[in-house]
Design a protein around this ligand. Structure first.
Ligand code: ASP
Length: 436
């Protein structure tokens, strides 16, 4: 059996929903369907999920969510009408509007796009509807309860009739709705694939899978046919946005392949994400991804290398400030800490620097913003000569100064830090060096 997740663009219009119907009906194994909320129909359109967050904000500010809900209502009523469905969408929307007024967090509102999308999809396909709140469970502390969820999903294994599940949300022990992070329907799809023992998790989106690098920066980058779970994790963490980075965790337990497919070009094989790509003809480098918006804290202290506990003390200060660390390149008397700038928002930088000073008394400490990180990823790099030489020669020729270098212990990636102004040129130069 196959588990199929359809993203926001696949659910955006009556026409795209009919494409989904054709895809499902084209293969009797496509029995479990997970849907996102309707996304954008054109580039200036607004995703239903964003509008639902807006509805919650409207109610916080004004006590009513009438304006935003009117737009949402119109979209769902129109969808049901264009699809000739005999469902009273107004009744569902009335209930959502009422519940938003009494809800105390935005999660309930945000989740309703997926909920209503699944109601529509189950009617289109004649499949059963199962509410994600009944199977996807969180613990009291708000973390995802993977084992309870898996037991609940397992009950649907071998179901005779097809089922549609809304993505993106589940329920807390107190019955309130909680959502995953944005793009979380990918994760729901992976959870269901694990629970029902799917032979493949098909993730249907609006592109033909992964490309070696960002097509906004490089013209027509090559398509990636196969990727390992590990490579995917590296690339998606670094910004390759096709799939939610957490999606591999549920499926890797049972080595279920993920296949990224395009709803708008269903004959394309897409990208396969596998437990292992051994035996495939893989290139030296599988993908190049990166992201701007990083901060570096650089410390210097004479004899730092012999001071026991130095790194721990610095990292403890960061932990106390709730900062998650990306990289920690060190020298004999130097230590740099690379952090995502997002974590810095709202933080008192001056106080952080003073806390570090108090903890380790460095000779100097400097904070610099605007670092871009670029990851060159691929199992083909392990034990292969000349990878670093090719990479650094390319950056040198492009006139880029490398600010940081980090190679993962499994030789799966090399990460370089460059100034943000050099980011685009670096990606182009690295791509050309390995692929042209
Ligand atoms: N609709 C949610 C979002 O826009 C979740 C998803 O589509 O995966 O993030």
């Amino acid at each position: 059996m196959k588990v199929c997740k359809f993203g926001g663009t696949s659910m955006a219009s009556a026409q795209s929903i009919l494409n989904v119907k054709n895809i499902i009906e084209g293969d009797p194994e496509r029995k479990y369907v997970i849907v996102s909320a309707p996304g954008k129909r054109f580039s200036s359109d607004i995703k239903i999920t964003d509008m639902l967050y807006g509805a919650y904000e409207e109610k916080v500010e004004t006590g009513s969510c009438r304006y935003k809900m009117a737009i949402i209502r119109e979209r769902f009523v129109e969808l049901a009408k264009e699809l000739n469905l005999d469902i009273d969408m107004n009744k569902y929307i009335d209930e959502v509007e009422e519940n938003i007024l009494t809800s105390t967090s935005p999660d309930y509102a945000a989740s309703r796009g997926e909920y209503l999308s699944a109601i529509i999809m189950s009617a289109v396909l004649g499949y059963d509807f199962v509410d994600a709140g009944d199977i996807i469970k969180f613990k009291h502390d708000g973390t995802f309860d993977s084992e309870l969820t898996n037991d609940l999903v397992k009950k649907y294994k071998g179901a005779s009739k097809g089922i549609v599940f809304p993505g993106f949300y589940g329920r807390m022990p107190d019955k309130t709705i909680k959502t995953f992070t944005r793009g979380g329907s990918d994760f729901t799809g992976a959870i269901i694939a694990r629970g029902v023992g799917a032979k493949v998790y098909e993730n249907w989106t609006d592109v033909n899978g992964f490309l070696v690098t960002d097509p906004r920066l490089v013209d027509n980058p090559r398509h990636i046919e196969v990727l390992s779970y590990e490579e995917l994790r590296e690339l998606s963490y670094m910004g390759a946005g096709v799939l939610h980075p957490d999606s591999i965790f549920p499926v890797q337990i049972d080595k279920i392949p993920i296949n990224i497919r395009n709803t708008f070009e269903p004959s394309h094989k897409g990208t396969f994400i596998l437990h292992s790509t051994q035996g495939y003809n893989i290139p030296r480098v599988t993908g190049i991804a990166g992201r701007k918006g990083n901060t570096t804290i650089s410390l210097k202290k004479a004899m730092m290398n012999s001071e026991i506990g130095f790194c721990r003390k610095v990292l403890s200060v960061l932990e106390r400030n709730g900062l998650s660390v990306e990289h920690v390149p060190t020298g004999i008397d130097t230590m740099s800490i690379v952090l995502s700038e997002k974590g810095f928002k709202g933080l008192d930088e001056h106080k952080l620097v003073n806390d570090i000073r108090g903890a380790v008394n460095p000779d100097s400490i400097e904070v610099t913003h605007s670092l871009a990180l670029i990851a060159v990823v691929g199992h083909g790099m392990a034990n292969s000569r000349g990878i670093a030489a090719t990479l650094f020669t390319a950056l040198y020729k492009a006139g880029v100064n490398v600010r940081m270098i980090d190679q993962g212990s499994s030789e799966l990636n090399i990460i370089v830090g460059v100034e943000e102004k050099d980011y685009n040129a670096s990606i182009k130069a690295i791509y050309n060096a390995f692929f042209n």
